[in-house]
Ligand binder design. Structure first.
Ligand SMILES: [Fe+2]
Length: 213
């Protein structure tokens, strides 16, 4: 993932599209010194303390990109749903780790105040389910009344993948890491290229497995 500076608020469609290309649009200004524990708007503390460390986690980075890929060419109503899923995961997500529930959302990691609050009995905790999560309303200038708890990043990624498959669009997309571009899988040539890539990767896998025997 790369950070790209942005001067103001992007539309949900533009912001999510960036994630598909492994680009995270980032603010550069800093919160007011009189309110260090919470900021209603993202600031550079939020970006650098909240978002950046998690992009170093392979599984989480992929999860973020999945949401972005799902947004490409999606109808407006689904962009809103994906933006809501993003809000309750990447921004304010909680996740199980063993028997503990931990915060991973950047909005929580960059807000000392809300981080303490989310572990109190006041907010409601619900299991992460994109179908339901995507319909949840939320305030943007105060602590969240509801949080969604994922079983794991892998589980959340799988659920978002299944949810994305229900988005009506006439094509599938794939990120090509070699060219850092998006391929639209809507013709036999593209599918045959993809099959070639999978074949080559499988060859490497088989070779490595043999060496382990
Ligand atoms: Fe954020």
């Amino acid at each position: 993932f790369r950070l790209r500076p942005v001067a103001g608020l992007l539309s949900s469609r533009d912001f999510l599209a960036g994630l598909a290309f492994r680009v995270f649009h980032s603010t550069q200004y800093i919160r007011h010194g009189s309110k260090p524990t919470y900021t209603p708007e993202p600031d550079v503390c939020h970006e650098l303390l909240g978002h950046v460390p998690l992009f170093a986690d392979h599984s989480f980075a992929q999860f973020s990109q999945e949401i972005g890929l799902a947004s490409l060419g999606a109808p407006d109503e689904y962009i809103e749903k994906l933006a809501t899923v993003y809000w309750f995961t990447v921004e304010f997500g909680l996740c199980k780790q063993g028997s503990a529930i931990k915060a991973y959302g950047a909005g929580l990691l960059s807000s000392f105040g809300e981080l303490k609050y989310c572990k109190t009995d006041t907010p409601k905790l619900q299991p992460f389910d994109p179908e339901k999560t995507s319909l949840q309303k939320y305030p943007i200038t105060e602590y969240q009344p509801v949080y969604f708890v994922a079983e794991s990043f892998e589980d959340a990624k799988e659920k978002v993948g299944k949810f994305a498959a229900t988005i009506p669009r006439p094509f599938s997309v794939r990120y090509n890491p070699y060219t850092q571009s998006i391929e639209v899988l809507d013709n036999t040539q593209q599918l045959s290229n993809l099959a070639g890539c999978i074949h080559s990767e499988l060859g490497k896998l088989c070779e490595a497995l043999k060496k382990l025997e």
